[in-house]
Design a protein around this ligand. Structure first.
Ligand SMILES: [Mn+2]
Length: 413
């Protein structure tokens, strides 16, 4: 059985209010070429289809258009899509029956039975045990498990850890498959999972939303009947463990400035339970640029005027630009206006300023010990003012203080 594994599309995501739609279309064109070249039995999408649980009409049209086009590339291509933590499970699977006509299986959530129904597993397993067929014959299975909230993995013992519950969930699912009359031992088995794994490497502080719990990979990797794990959630593509049988395919292009690594999709070929993994690198349509570079500290960084004097180099190309500037005070309105003016009607997209402030020698070793009661007595307003002072070594300007106070009061109300 051969599959193409991808995840974390995040359709509808914006980067500093810039739409990513053109980049998504560019990705789908590349995906189309890869599918035509590789002719896999299935395309597996491991969650986070949309960036938001309430995608816009434009995002939904983009998704429908892309998926229909992909599904029509050649006969026999099966597409399996599960919801990630960013997706609305019910919204994603609402058009399930329509999708079935396109050979697309969409799983948003598990359908749990009522408590009084005596079943082997507490949910409808047929919904997520997807047979993969070639010339009408089953060659393997995809266990299409969507993102499940940590609390919703059934617990067998009291105080069972999250990791244990995930393990027994997949173990039961796999045992159930083995009892399926259509299953035989020659079939390849792929399990989808959209969660954080404890030994996953997060590059440049990848921002992970949706639960801090992590699954222990050594436990689930002991489920030998599962040939390949198609993970989603972490955007940096990587294998988990020594071999290639567990993998995050990663997002198709950088979603933030921290994702400045090569993005890819994964082609997985399984024959007689031997797994062969091929990485297909993707091109990025609009580069993300840290300008003039990513300094290590205040001392390495350049001043506002120095950075401004070099900006001609990058402003005429279509790319996302984040500026790195050293300054002893926050960026002023005048400076801000100057930046916006420079970027006006240019191809480059301005994505904010990363400020480097000098380390404050005096306050560095100054730690205050406080009781919890003392800490609870500090108002958010006072805390904000003292953080500002610590960061910039000046009092917060009066005008800013007034605005901040207003916001604090409003929130407290
Ligand atoms: Mn994601």
């Amino acid at each position: 059985m051969k599959i193409v594994h991808t995840s974390d599309w995040h359709i509808g995501q914006t980067l500093y209010q810039f739409s990513r739609d053109e980049e998504h279309k560019y990705f789908f064109n590349q995906l189309k070429d890869i599918l035509l070249e590789e002719k896999p039995d299935a395309l597996v999408v491991s969650g986070d289809i949309f960036h938001s649980a309430t995608p816009t009409v434009i995002s939904q049209r983009l998704y429908y258009h892309a998926l229909v086009e992909l599904s029509r590339l050649y006969d026999d291509l099966q597409i399996i899509v599960v919801a990630g933590n960013h997706d609305s499970p019910s919204r994603l699977e609402a058009p399930q029956e329509l999708w079935a006509a396109f050979n697309v299986t969409v799983v948003g959530c598990l359908d749990f039975y009522r408590n009084d129904e005596e079943k082997e597993l507490p949910y409808d397993v047929s919904k997520i045990q997807i047979p993969i067929k070639r010339n009408g014959e089953i060659v393997g299975w995809v266990l299409a498990v969507p993102f499940i909230n940590a609390g919703n993995y059934p617990s067998l013992k009291e105080n069972d850890s999250y990791s244990n519950r995930v393990f027994s969930f997949y173990n039961n699912l796999k045992n159930n498959l083995k009892c399926n009359s259509q299953y035989n031992e020659n079939h390849s088995v792929i399990a989808i999972g959209h969660f954080m794994i404890s030994d996953a490497v997060l590059k440049n502080k990848d921002k992970i939303v949706g639960g801090i719990e992590a699954v222990d990979s050594s436990e689930i990797s002991s489920l030998s009947e599962i040939d390949y794990w198609a993970f989603g959630h972490v955007h940096h593509p990587q294998n988990i463990g020594k071999d290639e049988k567990m993998r995050y395919s990663g997002s198709p292009f950088p979603m933030t400035f921290n994702e400045d690594y090569t993005h890819s999709v994964t082609v997985v070929n399984i024959e007689n339970h031997n797994v062969d993994v091929k990485i297909k690198e993707l091109d990025t349509l609009i580069p993300i640029i840290d300008f003039p570079f990513k300094p290590k500290s205040y001392d390495d960084a350049l001043s506002f005027d120095e950075v401004m004097s070099m900006i001609d180099k990058v402003i005429d190309k279509e790319q996302y630009i984040r500026l790195h500037v050293k300054s002893e005070t926050p960026i002023s309105d005048v400076q801000n206006a100057r930046i916006l003016d420079l970027f006006k009607d240019k191809k480059a997209k301005f994505c904010g300023v990363q400020l480097y402030v000098p380390k404050l020698e005096s306050s560095e070793n100054e730690s205050v010990v406080m009781t919890l009661e003392d800490f609870k007595c500090i108002s958010p307003y006072d805390l904000g003012c003292s953080v500002f002072k610590k960061k910039y070594d000046i009092e917060m300007p009066d005008e800013m203080k007034a605005m901040f106070k207003e916001v604090c009061d409003e929130v407290m109300k």
